[in-house]
Design a protein around this ligand. Structure first.
Ligand SMILES: [Zn+2]
Length: 286
């Protein structure tokens, strides 16, 4: 007994004596994969690094604060090769010019030239890759802005998938209809709803707490809010912690046929339900 305890201790000591970089190379060679790192910027925005661990190449989504993004890229030891812009609003595309200067060879994608420094305009269905294994598919979701693009990313070799939704979809919410209609938002969210259930959502802002309060206000009997409450209580950053399947359970803007929601807004026509739900959210003060 004592013998085995001593030998365990010896093993533990030899483990800790392994260099950190050696451990890192061991762990990364065992789990090479697509990896997404949220980078909080401004007051409540998210930029993201989308990393192909196989090649250590990365794309950045909506950088805004380039010094923070650069620091994150250095920390992760990755080379930034491209930028994905979700829409032209300043708090998302405002870092594009700075990033273009810092990384002059980076390809800069976006839905329109309203976003600065865009080199490649993308439209619905366009596809490209990041590194070796990450396939990116562009999904046009006009409404919040007409140039809103969601980027569906997939590492098929490792069965991982996610979607960067900008200000179209939030955890348990959606963006305001600044340049579009309720019909367009319904179409956009339904389109995102066609993605596989296990697609992770990477949203544009940390609005989850407020969205939970509003959701529970209009659909109080929905059991889907229990796990969302836990998510909010246990995580300051909820980005990357929900899936499309979760959103269908707790996002009232994806649940327009719920009788409880229809009663709360006093409408049954799906588009009118969306319109009135957004009006109520705009005026909701918790
Ligand atoms: Zn916006």
């Amino acid at each position: 007994m004592l013998q085995s305890f001593l030998s365990l201790r010896a093993q533990a000591r030899s483990c800790t004596s392994l260099s950190r970089s050696h451990l890192r190379s061991l762990s990364s060679s065992a789990h090479l994969k697509m990896r997404v790192v949220p980078v909080p910027v401004r007051s409540d925005n998210y930029a993201y690094l989308l990393i192909d661990e196989n090649t250590n190449k990365a794309a950045v989504v909506d950088p805004f604060d380039v010094s923070k993004v650069k620091a994150a890229a250095v920390k992760e030891g990755v080379e930034l090769i491209s930028l994905l812009t979700t829409h032209h609003h300043q708090d998302h595309s405002g870092g594009n010019n700075y990033l273009a200067k810092a990384y002059p060879t980076a390809t800069i994608y976006g839905g329109s030239h309203k976003s600065p420094a865009v080199t490649d305009i993308v439209k619905d269905g366009d596809a490209f890759t990041v590194g070796n294994d990450i396939k990116v598919k562009c999904m046009a979701t006009p409404c919040h802005t007409q140039d809103s693009i969601c980027y569906y990313v997939e590492d098929a070799t490792r069965n991982q998938r996610g979607v960067f939704t900008g200000d179209t979809l939030f955890v348990a919410g959606c963006g305001r209809f600044f340049e579009g209609t309720a019909e367009e938002m319904h179409k956009a969210l339904s389109y995102l709803g066609t993605l596989p259930d296990d697609t992770t959502t990477y949203v544009g802002h940390e609005y989850t707490k407020g969205n939970l309060a509003f959701g529970a206000h209009v659909e109080p009997e929905n059991p889907g809010f229990e796990p969302l409450k836990k998510l909010v209580e246990n995580n300051e950053i909820t980005a990357g912690k929900s899936t499309i399947a979760d959103e269908k359970k707790w996002n009232v803007f994806m649940r327009l046929d719920s009788p409880e929601i229809q009663k709360a807004v006093g409408k049954t026509d799906i588009i009118q339900v969306m319109d009135e739900l957004r009006n109520q959210k705009n005026n909701y003060r918790g």
